[in-house]
Design a binder for this molecule. Structure first.
Ligand code: NAD
Ligand code: UFG
Length: 330
């Protein structure tokens, strides 16, 4: 099947491109390179030994998307393109709402014009907010998001549900990612944030590499076994394979399904640090500091639905995640 990946040169999109190509699909990427590099296209080709088409373009521009959908015979869209820096979204909320929601609406309108009905969306566990008990199941009420980035995901989910309700031909899979980490085992296609990382794993990698002096562990007094925050870290290659399964489901059904993509296990910040040190034979200096505003104590997925609906489950271990994050340090 020919699949259009928006944001496909980004971290999760590029790993998904590899998984789709390896599963025999054809991949076309559109990306404006706002947070990625065209070199990634070559990396995808080298890893898979297969061709991938790339269009440099902004998905908020209808003419760009219309031209692609008119000429490329895509049967499905996997929509990764978005701005994703939580802190930046607080400083520049309008840019986030404009890019993330305008981009989505532009895609959906163009797809409608061209009779394309299969859509997979990158959502986030952030939509659960902090009020629900773990493990989080897809039918739990969405929470209050702590930042504009999170709200763009919640609003996008609503837009997609309304669009599918109005068009019975549409098939939408809303994938709620938990905490993606790691990179392709080749050492390519890792997460390379610009500037100081916000997320734990890239910060650990940069601290181990000596780029950062010390990692701040945000809070040592949570009601968790070692007092530090617990998350559901999932290897990006597992996540990528989850998209292949979601695509197969999507084209065979109609309507909307929401699916958690995680491992179903929680690990603490200290567990991640110590596993990283052991697996890679490096040291990660850290100090425990105050809690970070907006963080929840624990967050992990119920993954029963992903197994039942998509036949997918994460296979890679925390050790694999730590090893491949270090390999992909660039
Ligand atoms: P990323 O920044 O690496 O990739 C996003 C890509 O979209 C980038 O290559 C960027 O250049 C592109 N892009 C952004 N706006 C665009 C536009 N208007 N037109 C064309 N291209 C555009 O991010 P990622 O980590 O790969 O995340 C992919 C998706 O998954 C995003 O929607 C993100 O919000 C979501 N998500 C990510 C995480 C995570 O922890 N990485 C967690 C949950 C959800
Ligand atoms: N943490 C630290 N020090 C750091 C960074 C993070 O101790 O320097 C801790 C956090 O307090 C938290 C854990 O590490 O306990 C994970 O934090 P991340 O920032 O890596 O991830 P979050 O769970 O806060 O958020 C991530 C993505 C969001 C997404 C969310 C979904 O950043 O985009 O997962 O659950 F919405």
């Amino acid at each position: 099947m020919r699949v259009l990946l928006t944001g496909g040169t980004g971290y999760i999109g590029s790993n998904t491109a590899v998984a789709l190509l390896e599963a025999g699909h054809q991949v076309l990427i559109v990306d404006n390179l706002a947070n990625s590099n065209e070199r990634t296209v070559q990396d995808i080709r080298e890893i898979t030994n297969k061709d991938v088409d790339f269009v440099l373009g902004d998905i908020t521009q209808p003419a760009v998307i219309d031209r692609i959908l008119e000429t490329e015979n895509a049967e499905a869209v996997v929509h990764f393109a978005a701005l994703k820096a939580v802190g930046e979204s607080v400083e520049k909320p309008l840019a986030y709402y404009r890019n993330n929601l305008d981009g989505l609406l532009t895609m959906l309108e163009s797809m409608e014009r061209h009779g394309i009905h299969n859509f997979i969306f990158s959502s986030s566990a952030t939509v659960y907010g902090g009020e629900n008990p773990v493990p989080l199941t897809e039918d739990m009420p969405a929470g209050t998001c702590a930042n504009p980035y999170g709200w763009t995901k919640l609003m996008a989910e609503q837009i997609l549900r309304d669009a599918a309700a109005a068009n019975p031909k549409m098939s939408v899979v809303l994938l709620r990612y938990f905490n993606p980490v790691g990179g392709h085992r080749s050492g390519k296609l890792g997460e390379r944030p610009n500037g100081v990382p916000n997320n734990l794993m890239p910060y650990i990698v940069q601290t181990a590499a000596g780029i950062r002096e010390r990692l701040s562990v945000f809070g040592g007094d949570y009601p968790t076994p070692d007092g530090t925050g617990v998350r559901d870290y999932v290897h990006v290659s597992d996540l990528a394979e989850g998209h292949v399964a979601a695509l197969e489901y999507c084209v065979a059904h109609h309507g909307v399904e929401t699916v958690n993509l995680g491992t179903g296990c929680g690990n603490s910040v200290l567990e991640l640090i110590h596993t990283f040190e052991t697996v890679n034979g490096v040291s990660v200096p850290y100090q425990i500091t105050d809690r970070r505003k907006g963080d929840v104590a624990v967050c992990w997925a119920d993954v029963e639905k992903a197994g039942r609906l998509l036949g997918w489950q994460a296979k890679r271990s925390l050790k694999d995640m730590c090893r491949d994050s270090w390999r992909c340090r660039g």
